[in-house]
Design a protein around this ligand. Structure first.
Ligand code: GLC
Length: 568
């Protein structure tokens, strides 16, 4: 009897050992052997998928996981190495998934856990990593933790959220304003206290000062790593901690789009305590060779450096949103921002669009040359030293298409902020796959309307057109994956006084690439004498239209791109 029991114990032990080794090895073997000792995420091209809008396999008007699986070949062919899926967990969808009611499952709207495992397996076959969106700051008010928390002042989960008495009857604990309008405090009559929510009232903030919250959330990451996930994009990390004394924020002049007084979020964002949490999450991530990407709205490079951590022990890829604030085709402004992030203490991350901001196609486009400008922007952020994170549809030149009537708005901030704040529907419209009805996204009416530009900008047509935005993305991405200088070469700005052309070198030992980007609407001729640096004139690798190099002179068509190989 005893012998049988010990044999069973031994078998269980061996099973656990094999199981855990399997996952570790799998995560590691998925990583590319790094050129210059780089980690897999430094050479990977990331691609954000907003799952509601990517591909709808069951034709109910909302995208789903099987839809994403069906498009993996497209993504592979495009040159994508990792997909970041915006939240697909069970959620009442008040903030379209950024209000999670169960961190360890899939919302039935998107499919099942089995669908997720299948997606992960299919992605792995193609060498594509999966990154999930981890909403760390808050849960849904429908999460079991919160339902228990609000049930009584003595409930098990009471201290998992931030509950306080009002200043006096009808007056919230302090002056903090929600990012989505109104006071950041919601009164709950069940226990006669207020709870804190940086975003919607349906998104109560977790109390990260409570070690039980930390343990539960760290376990969530382990749970997903074991399901084959290669990392997380950490949502809203700036707002993890608040001043325990609830000091009022300084009030600034003017009102925001919701009519609230403007405030400096001094006491409820970017508190130093959050870095300890990030270090902890990073330790777990390192056990799985995983990457942590941060939604980090930093004000300057010093703040960005804090997110990399001392000796790079926090986020590997804090997003540099300062880059997205260069909202015009200004070589000087880009030069300044690139130099700043290039001097940061960690590996740069470049983003030009996402589900919260107006698409790059419109931010940089002049209304006449948008396709050329879309190629120009691809020529820029896909050739810089760092990891680019693309946003679905950017590669086909998708246009932001905001609703024109308040009654059509889906994003709640658009409803409360209308007309000043129209919400984020415009950058979340269905992916444009072809010219058929609903752009091949679904046979049912999509949750957001398909923009009319689906007729001119869609995957099927652009794949056939060698001059399309998509074909250009594919060319640059292919080059990026194979060219050593682009993969890990240093960045050196050239011709720094040029007001029209942004140009730079990427140099890796004896290999070098010249990138010249014409940010003006006129043809430009630029002289690059690189002999002093030991390089000969450039040979074209990828260029738009008639842009070319003759001897030392590169001629760039309006908004033209020239990427050329230099040799010693
Ligand atoms: C992040 C997300 C945004 C969401 C907010 C609240 O900023 O990117 O879409 O609304 O967090 O979760």
């Amino acid at each position: 009897m005893r012998q049988a029991a010990s044999r069973i114990l031994m078998l269980v032990f061996i099973f656990c050992l094999v199981f855990s080794l399997h996952y570790k090895v799998r995560a590691q073997s998925a990583s590319k052997p790094g050129v210059a000792d780089h980690s897999w995420w430094q050479h990977a091209v990331f691609y954000e998928i907003y799952p509601r809008s990517f591909a709808d396999s069951n034709n109910d008007g909302v995208g789903d996981l099987k839809g994403i699986t069906s498009k993996l070949d497209y993504l592979k062919d495009l040159g994508v190495d990792a997909i970041w899926i915006s939240p697909c967990f069970p959620s009442p969808q008040i903030d379209f998934g950024y209000d999670v009611s169960d961190y360890e499952n899939i919302d039935p709207m998107y499919g099942t856990l089995a669908d997720f495992d299948n997606l992960a397996a299919e992605a792995r076959k193609r060498g594509i990593h999966i990154i999930l969106d981890f909403v760390v700051n808050h849960t849904s008010d429908q999460h079991q933790w919160f339902l228990d928390s609000k049930s009584s002042r003595t409930s098990e989960h009471r201290d998992w959220y931030i509950w306080r008495d009002g200043k006096s009857t009808g007056r919230p604990p302090n002056n903090w304003i929600s990012d989505f309008g109104g006071s950041a405090w919601q009164f709950d009559p069940t226990t006669n206290q207020y709870y804190y929510h940086y975003f919607y009232p349906q998104q109560p903030d977790l109390n990260w000062r409570n070690p039980a919250v930390k343990d539960a959330m760290f376990d969530v990451t382990r749970w997903w790593y074991k399901h084959g996930v290669s990392g997380f994009r950490l949502d809203a990390v700036d707002t993890l901690f608040e001043d325990p004394n609830l000091t009022d924020n300084p009030v600034l002049p003017g009102k925001n789009a919701f009519g609230d007084p403007k405030e400096a979020n001094r006491y409820n964002t970017k508190l130093p305590e959050l870095h300890e949490t990030l270090r902890g999450l990073r330790k777990v991530a390192d056990e799985y060779n995983a990457v942590l990407i941060g939604e980090t709205w930093t004000a300057d490079i010093a703040e960005l450096n804090l997110y990399y951590g001392q000796g790079n022990n926090e986020l590997q890829l804090p997003m540099d949103f300062l880059f997205t604030t260069v909202n015009k085709l200004s070589p000087a402004d880009f030069r300044k921002q690139i130099a700043a992030v290039d001097s940061a203490s960690g590996w740069p991350t470049f983003v030009i669009s996402n589900h919260d901001i107006v698409r790059s196609y419109d931010r940089y486009g002049d209304g006449q040359h948008n396709d050329q400008i879309a190629k120009l922007m691809a020529g820029l952020y896909l050739t810089l030293r760092g990891t680019p994170i693309m946003y679905y549809g950017e590669e086909i030149g998708m246009k932001t298409t905001p609703p024109t009537r308040k009654e059509d708005v889906k994003d709640p901030i658009g409803r409360t902020g209308w007309p000043k704040e129209k919400g984020r529907d415009g950058e979340r419209t269905p992916m444009q796959w072809d010219e058929t009805s609903n752009a091949g996204f679904s046979t049912a009416k999509p949750w957001l309307p398909v923009p009319p530009t689906a007729q001119t900008h869609n995957v099927a047509d652009e794949l056939k057109d060698p001059d399309s935005v998509l074909s250009f993305y594919k060319k640059v991405l292919k080059l990026r994956h194979t060219n050593k200088a682009l993969l890990d070469g240093s960045y050196t700005a050239l011709n720094q006084n040029d007001q029209n052309v942004l140009s730079y070198l990427r140099v890796s030992k004896d290999q070098a690439v010249l990138v010249a980007l014409n940010m003006s609407g006129a043809q430009q001729k630029v002289n690059f004498d690189l002999s002093a640096r030991g390089f000969s004139s450039a040979k074209s690798l990828v260029a738009t239209g008639k842009s070319e190099a003759k001897g030392n002179v590169v001629t760039l068509e309006p908004y033209g791109v020239f990427i050329g190989q230099l040799s010693k």
